[in-house]
Ligand binder design. Structure first.
Ligand SMILES: [Zn+2]
Length: 99
């Protein structure tokens, strides 16, 4: 699970920039309006976290951006190698990328 705050911040700006309502957001993402309201208050399902899958889905549905999760949460874009601890460029991570 991810801290909801970066997503909340992005969603708030996106709604303002595009003059979108919670109802429109809910319809496009395919969730209840009440859930969008909770996101804007900084929570999902009662906790201040949100799933990576949901951020990804919202990015695609709203902004046609399949990389939104990686952009809002840089730790997702730079995995740490479980073998040697490198954040990029080691042969273990290269091997993972080739899957
Ligand atoms: Zn490694």
């Amino acid at each position: 699970m991810l801290d909801v705050e970066p997503f909340r911040h992005w969603l708030t700006s996106y709604m303002q920039d595009n003059e979108l309502t919670r109802v429109t957001i809910a319809r496009r993402v395919g969730v209840d309006e009440a859930r969008v309201r909770r996101w804007l208050l900084g929570a999902d399902a009662g906790q201040p976290v949100i799933s990576e899958l949901l951020v990804e889905r919202a990015g695609i549905a709203l902004a046609r951006n399949p990389r939104l999760a990686a952009e809002l949460y840089p730790q997702l874009a730079e995995p740490t190698c479980q073998v040697c601890g490198a954040s990029r460029g080691c042969e273990h991570l290269t091997g993972q990328r080739a899957r």
